[in-house]
Ligand binder design. Structure first.
Ligand SMILES: Nc1ncnc2c1ncn2[C@@H]1O[C@H](COP(=O)(O)OP(=O)(O)OP(=O)(O)O)[C@@H](O)[C@H]1O
Ligand SMILES: [Mg+2]
Length: 493
């Protein structure tokens, strides 16, 4: 679907300022539709003088008469005549029209939208007698406020100049509305606004008093009346009630002749925000405890290994200690990171440090290098992936640089895009056995790798002898020797 900005660009020659004036109007007009209980439609005049719909909004306070989407449809001849005369006379005008698909005749109030230098577009309020609300005090008050905003639009005073605020969370008319007179005294408070005032302990009849006389935090109102622009503020009105308040001044001849205060009780939203924050802290604490427990387990196993006499059993238990330490390391990283994802590099660095400490031996020095960054990964896959990486590092050292060789480089390269992570572990040591078949490998290390990669990580793994170009791609400094082994992991994100 075309956006207003696109339609303006395609069909009109409006200046950038005028285009952003319309954009701001559309940013604010949900409030206007709510105040007039009716559909609002913004019509653009194309370069040939034809009219088309640029945007529309439906009221949250009333019924729409436009069931279908009007954007990017042309105006009828009858409509065009009304729009054209409104545009050229720059006067608000009204007509009763027949519209295709609507049984009843449609009342149309056409308001010229004035930009910096002249008319820019026409906004209409469209309703039928069948859908309009029974007029009561609320309806009369809101409609008269709408009229005043309509005059501001025709005079170029609404929407307010300046940077468009993000109003997605701003209070709407239905949340609670207070109408102020030129002295910032309450002229009318909607039932929802009265309830909000009750909740903060203000039960007096508000009409005729200023908000500060009522004991209400009125800084947004004071600022809006002084600066002649909308002001939005959130504050704790009482110890347990947080209100979001927006005050829009009504301006005529550069003085505030009234104002509209919209308020929303955001106590519940903020309480949930706070809960989420504390949930985050809880998750981190749990990771911390898991790490401590794992460290305890690995200490117990280490003690056990010392008591074993068979070298084979000793080695097996020590392997387990190493694997558990890897998992503990991941939990340590997760316990420091807020949120439920983690920078991959934050996981890889401590793993390499661990490998450096535990796998090095002075007679065959191995340098560990990490390249790329790998982005962020969900905490859930950080643990299996780390276990996999540890096994691959271990193999690169064990089989690439066996006892008696002269050492070399192990590179972990992290690449990929939004869809896939691409992890390469390369060593430039002893070449992979040419007859090596991953599916036939029976060692525990690769079994762990294969199982985790295919089940928990849903990825693929490939092991092949290194070629000279592998070492160019991973940028091993110095002399790329070739040989060695390349392990490639591809994991969907
Ligand atoms: N980076 C590598 N370079 C050369 N050969 C490798 C490499 N990785 C694995 N291999 C071959 O695959 C075999 C199986 O590896 P695997 O990790 O499963 O077992 P392992 O390393 O022998 O024992 P462990 O269970 O202690 O890891 C190895 O014995 C080795 O021959
Ligand atoms: Mg191994």
């Amino acid at each position: 679907m075309a956006t207003l900005a696109e339609l303006v660009r395609q069909h009109t020659e409006l200046s950038k300022e005028d285009a952003s004036h319309l954009q701001q109007l559309v940013g604010e007009w949900g409030m206007l539709a709510d105040l007039c209980f009716a559909d609002l439609v913004l019509y653009l005049r194309d370069t040939e003088g034809k009219w088309l719909v640029g945007a529309q909004v439906r009221p949250a306070t009333g019924q729409t008469i436009h069931r279908s989407d009007l954007v990017d449809t042309p105006a009828s001849e009858e409509e065009s005549a009304l729009l054209e005369s409104t545009f050229t006379s720059q006067r608000i005008s009204e007509a009763e029209l027949d519209k295709v698909g609507i049984d009843d005749s449609v009342h149309v109030l056409a308001i010229p939208v004035r930009g910096e230098t002249g008319p820019v577009a026409v906004m209409t309020r469209e309703w039928s007698s069948k859908t309009s609300r029974q007029p009561g005090e609320l309806e009369r008050t809101y409609l008269s406020i709408f009229q005043r905003f309509a005059e501001m639009i025709a005079g170029g005073a609404f929407p307010f100049a300046g940077r468009a605020a993000d109003l997605s969370a701003a209070p709407r008319v239905g949340d609670g509305a207070i109408v102020l007179d030129e002295n910032a005294r309450v002229r009318y408070a909607s039932p929802n606004a009265v309830s909000a005032l009750h909740r903060v302990g203000i039960s007096a009849n508000a009409v005729g008093q200023t908000l500060s006389e009522l004991g209400f935090f009125d800084s947004p109102v004071r600022q809006a009346f002084e600066r002649l622009e909308p002001v939005i503020e959130e504050f704790d009105q009482t110890a347990d009630v947080t209100l979001l308040v927006r005050c829009i001044p009504i301006v005529a001849d550069e003085v505030a002749t009234g104002g509209m205060v919209l308020l929303r009780d955001v106590t519940e939203v903020r309480r949930r925000d706070r809960m989420l924050l504390s949930k985050d802290a809880t998750i981190r604490e749990i990771h911390h405890r898991v790490k401590n427990n794992l460290q305890t387990i690995s200490s117990l196993l280490r003690l056990q290994a010392r008591r074993l006499s068979s070298p084979e059993a000793k080695a097996a238990v020590q392997e387990s200690v190493r694997r558990i330490r890897t998992i503990a390391l991941v939990h340590e990283t997760l316990s420091r990171e807020p949120g439920d994802d983690v920078a991959f590099i934050e996981i890889v660095r401590p793993l390499l440090r661990l490998a450096e400490e535990s796998l090095q031996s002075p007679d065959r020095p191995v340098r560990f290098v990490v390249g790329g960054d790998g982005g962020r990964l969900p905490a859930t896959i950080a643990t299996p992936l780390s276990v996999v990486l540890t096994e691959l590092l271990q193999n690169a050292v064990d089989h690439g640089f066996p006892e008696g060789s002269d050492g070399g480089v192990v590179v972990v390269q992290l690449d990929g895009d939004d869809e896939e992570m691409h992890i390469t572990v390369v060593n430039d040591g002893h070449p992979l056995d040419p007859g090596f078949d991953l599916d036939a490998a029976t060692g525990l290390g690769l079994s762990i790798v294969r199982t985790l990669v295919t089940t928990e990580l849903n990825g693929t793994i490939e092991i092949r002898p290194g070629r000279a170009e592998d070492f160019v791609a991973v940028e091993i400094e110095g002399r790329p020797r070739g040989g060695g082994t390349v392990v490639e992991l591809r994991l969907p994100r």
